[in-house]
Design a protein around this ligand. Sequence first.
Ligand SMILES: [Zn+2]
Ligand SMILES: [Zn+2]
Length: 343
Amino acid sequence: MQAMLLKEYMHLEVVEMPEPPIGPDDVLVRVRACGICGSDVHGLDGRTGRRIPPLVMGHEAAGEVVRCGANVTDLRPGDRVTFDSTVYCGRCFFCTRGEVNLCDNREVLGVSPGPYRRHGAFAEYVAVPRRIMYRLPDNLTYEQAALIEAVSVGIHAVNLTPVVLGDVAVVVGAGMIGLATIQAVKHAGASRVIALDPDDGRLELARKLGATETINPKKADAVETVKSMTEGRGAAVALECVGATDPIQTAIACVRKGGAVTLVGNVAPEITLPLQSVVTRQIRLQGSCASNGEYPAAIELMSSGAIQVEPLISAIAPLQEGPSWFDRLYRHEPGLMKVILRP
Ligand SMILES: [Zn+2]
Ligand SMILES: [Zn+2]
């Protein structure tokens, strides 16, 4: 089969590889669409330590069933499917508590941090355990379905956030996850969603997808503006989708006393925390990792049109063009949101 292999850091190549073998609980999927994730782009240069070559990356994918392992009886060749990026074990302390995203033996498709190597979906075929697979409704295209993973991350963050009907929510960062989160928090009951991002193009997308107000922190004092929009108090909740000191401090300063900040962004390993502000204003900080059972909700909300992903797709290209798209994303070419490859 054809696969895009990270041969060494900074070197991607479409090569011929053997079809992956499947175990009794696995399904072989013919990949029809696979999105390039920011984490894949970051993995390119070895900075994250989570994509040790040689590796086929890619974990945001959809396709059709080709072949099922002996224990898989409820899927047939030709079924349209997508799958979670997290391969959980189903047996550890956390899995049995229903916290599969916190699994002790968690592996991620298309990731190799050293202890394991699990080839991903930038390939014609990928082997996936049945327990992480979901059927696709007919009205979702494979390309749209490749964004279910990102949408599920936004829904999970909102599910961990104590938002109630009528709240004002702030979403810091209007990248892929931020734009999914804006839509999810609106459907969770936020009456107003204020989006923050230094890129006006992204703010325009945010408005299109349901943000009621937008602030460019390069042009205006974000905290003062949020306060002026909320009778001087601040928002009830903030969801931070960048993951660095400045945006996290902004998120904390944007919520009112007793408010909650959910941390989704994960870039800087450490940040400076305004401890006194968090303690004396009794702010709740909540980390949010990947998703835990939100795939069906993501599929339902996308299928019904409540959450839209079409405006987030910047380009759809054949797998052969993958290396050059990675290069453009690595160089931060402006205006690019989600690029989807078709193996
Ligand atoms: Zn991803
Ligand atoms: Zn587990």
